[in-house]
Design a protein around this ligand. Structure first.
Ligand SMILES: Cc1cc2nc3c(=O)[nH]c(=O)nc-3n(C[C@H](O)[C@H](O)[C@H](O)COP(=O)(O)O)c2cc1C
Length: 350
């Protein structure tokens, strides 16, 4: 069975090892959604990962849902991302862009002309969005009109094209964490009665349209997808996750995409159910350490392991694992803070 330190062929790309850096929002972009110079440093510091998956990046102005997150819809954003990607490549790393639309997680203060956020149905999230303008209560979103939905799906393809123009090695569809794609999947959030609601196939339609637009732009072998079934976040419920995810795994398999990335953070044994249904690379994430990650590879449960929080404070994680070096503790207070503190000042071991 493969070791964490063994290479993995991912479509046309060879990953140096099977240690993947999880997509993580770190809120160091400017207000126009352009990555900043410290981000090139941050990602380059982590280039020894087999693959870096970028922080979630919005596909259009209406898709932005937090302060200081990045976009990939304007020429300025593409140019700024190119500096980040070039810095990672200069150190021999590989990086995919994670693409998302936040849907009802957005608040009008973050959207063009104070627009009402959009979602499958007019149901608000409970709680607040902690913006740079202060905490703002989530609002009731506007249910997308049926005729608008293909256009929103196509934004993912346009952003994928921009990602390749910026030099990214590929793109990941963010279908997790209760953002727009996940909102369509969840029967408790999606109460539509048209072709995008109701049955499992109908609720999956938006996801597959977005994915197909990304495949058309980048090729299936440069496209991955992330799920986090039943995650306790953004009011996700997913009463029928047991039906939704196997159906989707089959659809992904038909399309031959590069990888399926699953963060098992909710009450659904996703890895066991989904791994056998998908022939491409399977990435398992959430709560792994070196021992449990290697054990997952040993039993054939995954092809690569995705590490999140450990990567915040251990930029040289593969070397620390390989050489048995101590792991540094991160500080969650600086996860989404401004500036370099708690971001680019975690040193390499030794
Ligand atoms: C600060 C922070 C930001 C995150 N941002 C994202 C994100 O942008 N996209 C995403 O898919 N998951 C995001 N996640 C979830 C991680 O990708 C990962 O699934 C989760 O942290 C569990 O893995 P871990 O136990 O190894 O940290 C974030 C997690 C953290 C801690």
């Amino acid at each position: 069975m493969p070791q964490l330190f063994d290479p993995l062929q991912l479509g046309p790309i060879k990953l140096a090892n099977r240690i993947v850096m999880a997509p993580m929002t770190r809120s160091r972009n400017d207000d126009a959604g352009c990555p900043t110079d410290i981000m090139a440093t941050y990602y380059a510091q982590r280039a020894s990962a087999g693959l870096i998956i970028s922080e979630a990046t919005y596909v259009s102005a209406m898709a932005k849902g937090y302060s200081r997150i990045p976009g990939l819809h304007s020429p300025e954003q593409v140019a700024a991302w190119k500096k980040v990607v070039d810095a990672v490549h200069a150190r021999g790393g590989r990086i995919f862009a994670q693409l998302f639309h936040t849907g009802r997680v957005a608040v009008p203060q973050l959207l063009p002309d104070g627009a009402q956020p959009v979602a499958p149905s007019a149901i608000a999230i409970n709680g607040k969005n902690y913006t740079d303008f202060g905490p703002i209560d989530y609002v009731v979103p506007r249910a997308l009109e049926t005729h608008e939905i293909p256009g929103v799906a196509a934004e993912f393809g346009a952003a994928a094209k921009n990602a390749l123009a910026a030099g990214f090695d590929g793109v990941e569809l963010h279908a997790a964490s209760g953002y727009l794609v996940h909102q369509f999947l969840d029967a408790s959030i999606n109460q539509r009665t048209d072709a995008y609601g109701g049955s499992v196939a109908n609720r999956s339609r938006f996801l597959l349209e977005a994915l197909d637009s990304m495949i058309a732009a980048a090729g299936a072998d440069r496209v991955g997808i992330k799920f986090s079934p039943r995650i306790k976040f953004n009011d996700v419920v997913e009463p029928d996750a047991e039906e939704v995810y196997p159906y989707l795994a089959g659809e992904l398999d038909k399309r031959g995409i590069a990888y399926l990335h699953v963060a098992q953070q909710g009450a659904y044994e996703a890895h066991k159910a989904l791994r056998p249904l998908f022939k491409g690379a399977y990435f398992a994430g959430a709560m792994f350490d070196q021992t449990s990650g290697q054990a997952m590879l040993d039993k054939g449960g995954a092809d690569a392991i995705v590490y999140g929080k450990l990567y915040i404070s251990n930029p040289d994680l593969p070397r620390r694992f390989r050489d048995g070096l101590p792991l540094a503790e991160g500080d969650s207070k600086t996860h989404y803070a401004k500036g370099p503190g708690g971001y680019i000042d975690y040193p390499e071991a030794g």
